[in-house]
Ligand binder design. Sequence first.
Ligand code: UDP
Length: 465
Amino acid sequence: MGATYLGERPLKLHFIPYPAPGHMIPLCDISTLFASSGHEVTIITTPSNAQILHKSIPPHRRLHLHTVPFPSNEVGLPEGIENLSAVSDLVNAAKVHQATALLRCPIEQFVEHHLPDCIIADFLFPWVDDVANKLNIPRLAFNGFSLFAVCAIDKLQSNNTNSEEYSSFIPNLPHPITLNATPPKILTEFMKPLLETELKSYGLIVNDFAELGGEEYIEHYEQTTGHKALDEKAERGPKSVVGADECMRWLNGKRVKSVVYICFGSMCHFQDKQLYEIASGMEASGHDFIWVVPEKKGKKEEKWLPKGFEERNAEKGMIIKGWAPQVVILGHPAIGAFLTHCGWNSTVEAVSAGVPMITWPVHDEQFYNEKLITEVSGIGVEVGAKEWSILGFGERKHLVPRNSIEKAVRRLMDGGDEALAIRRRTNHYSIMAARAVQEGGSSHTNFKALIHHLKLFRDRKSLHQ
Ligand code: UDP
């Protein structure tokens, strides 16, 4: 068999997404990209996550789902609770995570019987490293963080090895960064072995694009770790969500850039009194809004909304109780700003849509992303959040008060030189994001190079067998 013939053969790829929307959505988008490029893709997941994926991924003849049972009994979770978005406290979140370690056995058996050319797994599955080594298959780690956050966490760890508490100043990065809150030690320690295992992989895929935050972070990462970063800004379509048409109709009646979109991702659970502050701050700002609140807030409005709020704001505001069609909303010209928790997917979606951000980080690596948005890229303003919670659950000691919310919203939405400059920069990055995925763009080129590398690896291996 000639090498040319081998090289033309499509790749066989297994994807293992972590069961949380912020991890599943981008990795499945990337898997769709591979399938659309003619490669055979299998996503390995559990039954109730497969149901979510069936609804959200467009069918493709080269894209397959393989399910393995979720160990509900073993970890003590009710049947069907298989995703972090389905739990509302830390104890159950820990059980979901514990279950992902128990998936090793059935997944390993499947992989052994259906050997792929490469496994692409979330970095929260460190055991995939062992499985891939055992079977001599390259493993790519997928990390849903920005490369900026990955670099910052790495620096933070190496600079604070003996301290009781991590400091919020991060030295030795291309930009000197001081976070607005101190990273919880428990979170950084949890990440440490995962990021170390990630470095042993064949390469790292991030849902990023070289131009955001500057190519210097890709260079910085590759120089300081000796590891290859492959930035992949996936194109993503709207999720099939009830209410998308209604949102569009409502937005069609609004002026260009006049509406603030407010959403804190899939994992953030604010107390009623914090929601009350958001409502009051938005009302005081006088600007129109679409506000996404968790579904269970549907019943007792009086506790988390000021009296008469919905009647007074019937024209000005739309409250979505549950999952919103975020990408569609952000893409509407009436959206003028995004009050966001700085989840990395939300950040990339805002940048792609050219919407500046009002940053309100809550958990995980969001405090790093805030700095990338406001100080490194200059495409947002801070609301002043200072409390770093674990996974977005639990009581918070400090509320972000209504006047800080009003002030930050006005800073972007009332016009003025600063807001204009921020909008200009956001627009620039949005054009860059679109270019990155076009023929010849940075993400497109990286994608092609990655396929080339994986084929070479496979073909060399098969020639030596
Ligand atoms: N999302 C959405 N509708 C919602 C809430 C979230 O479509 O009502 C999507 C959002 O577009 C993004 C993902 O869920 O793709 C959230 O990921 P992100 O990394 O921003 O935050 P996380 O949920 O992981 O904290």
